[in-house]
Write a protein that binds this ligand. Sequence first.
Ligand SMILES: [Zn+2]
Length: 339
Amino acid sequence: MNNFSIGVDLGGTNLRIAVVDEEGHLVEKVTLETKVSLGRDHVINDMCGAIQRLTEKYKNSAALLGIGVGVPGITDLQAGYLRDSPNLPGPDYPVRAEIERRLKTTVVLENDANAAALGEQWLGAAKNFPDMAMLTLGTGVGGALVLGGQIFHGMTGMAGEFGHTTIEPEGNPCGCGNRGCLEQYASATAVVRMAKEEIAGGQALALASAAQSGAEFNAELVYNLAIQGDEAARRVFRRVGRALGIALATLVNSLNLPMHVIGGGVSSAWDAFSPVIFEELRQRSMVYAATAPPDPLSAGQGVSASRSCRKTIVTRAQLGSDAGLYGAARLPMMARTNR
Ligand SMILES: [Zn+2]
């Protein structure tokens, strides 16, 4: 076995831990429940226990390069502090020092969206593209920039918050304090809200009966109606595509990057929203219009995704929910190269 590191994805529901070798092979993956309600110490204990078991198992066959942890919330990456992380609630917490103390190895902390982008850049849709941006459409909308193969953090680690780009100046209030953020139109939460708006408008019979059926009314249910051809459900995903197109137009005009990856749970509805992204991009970004691939919908797939084609590619992520896990494992490997 090659040298390996351990990647941790500290999600709100699952705590996932993986042994990944330097070649990017996932050797073993462990999934635990994130018991946030039992408190931060409990979550850290579970995490360290699982990491210790994995380290013991593999330490005789190869060298452990370190541990990378992807966490949601605002992190002070240099100091290794977490501020207001929803999955490790409580006051500012020196999570890196605490894990390093317990496990006696290098620990690298990263925002979860950045970790996912690094995973897709290393092994997924943006492989061979050192410059790329990623949007993760989950409960909220995360964003990340990778430049020259490295995560671009900005001055205080907050670069890439594309989810809070303004789409509608007087739009829906957002948790960040702004109105009409991308997150209000392209997250799973937004899909559900917009579907309820359709129901309230009285022109969405299939959505209304689904809402009354007792099944969980979630983004996946709205998507299933959309692919069955329900017009109201399709309108919801056209709004998702429009919002993404507007945000991406600004991003493409600003940075002229070759590769943009759309990931997160809502990206499973790619078929329902992506055509609108490309319509909006053509209208709103001269940089995109000048560099659009002949067939934008398939441009990111397989052999056609080539850096040398000098086209602006927007495509869906390839690693699914494992992107953040691979990216987190990549962190200590990169920390070594950069040292
Ligand atoms: Zn916002």
